[in-house]
Design a protein around this ligand. Structure first.
Ligand SMILES: [Zn+2]
Ligand SMILES: [Zn+2]
Length: 149
C-alpha cells in the first residue's frame, strides 16, 4: 500500500495546524548557514504543494533573503517552512508532520557548508552552494555569508 501524500502537521504548541500534499515522500536537508542558525541543525524539509493552514493567526513570515521567506509560529517558535517568494511550493519542516512513515531521506544541499560535528549515514544526492546557485539563483546572487566556519 502506498502511503498517502496528503499529510497533516502542527507546530510544537498546536496553534498552527496545516494540511499539505507532499510532492514526493522525500526529505532533504539544507546545511546553509541561515538554516543552521534558524534551526540549530540542518533544516530537514519536504517539498509540498496545496498547503492550507487551519488558520494563519500564529503564522509569521520572516524575509530571510531577497527571494525567500521562512515561516514560524509566533507562540512556540517552531520553524514551519522555507518558501521562495512567488513560488507555489513550500519546503515544510519534516518534523511537523503527524505521520512521518513512508518517507525517505534522499538529498542534501549546501553540503559544503555542513560543519564537521555531524554527518548523516544515508547515501543521498548532494549539492554544493555553487551547484545550487548555478541551477536556481539569479546571476550575481551573493553567497550566503557564513561566519560559523
Ligand atoms: Zn506553535
Ligand atoms: Zn538553508
Amino acid at each position: 500500500m502506498t502511503a498517502s501524500l496528503e499529510r497533516t502537521g502542527h507546530c510544537l504548541c498546536g496553534a498552527v495546524r496545516f494540511t499539505a500534499t507532499l510532492n514526493k515522500p522525500e526529505v532533504g536537508a539544507c546545511h546553509c548557514a541561515m538554516c543552521r542558525r534558524w534551526a540549530s541543525a540542518p533544516f530537514m524539509a519536504i517539498d509540498c504543494a496545496d498547503l492550507s493552514f487551519e488558520d494563519e493567526d500564529h503564522v509569521r513570515r520572516f524575509r530571510s533573503s531577497d527571494w525567500a521567506e521562512r515561516g514560524f509560529c509566533d507562540r512556540c517558535g517552531s520553524a514551519l517552512f522555507y518558501h521562495i517568494i512567488g513560488g507555489d511550493n513550500y519546503q515544510m519542516a519534516a518534523g511537523l508532520l503527524d505521520d512521518q512513515t513512508g518517507l525517505a531521506f534522499t538529498h542534501q544541499v549546501f553540503i559544503d557548508k555542513k560543519p564537521d560535528h555531524y554527518a548523516f549515514a544515508q547515501e543521498t544526492s548532494n549539492l554544493t552552494e555553487a551547484q545550487i546557485y548555478d541551477m536556481y539563483a539569479p546571476p550575481g546572487t551573493e553567497p550566503i555569508p557564513d561566519e560559523t566556519k
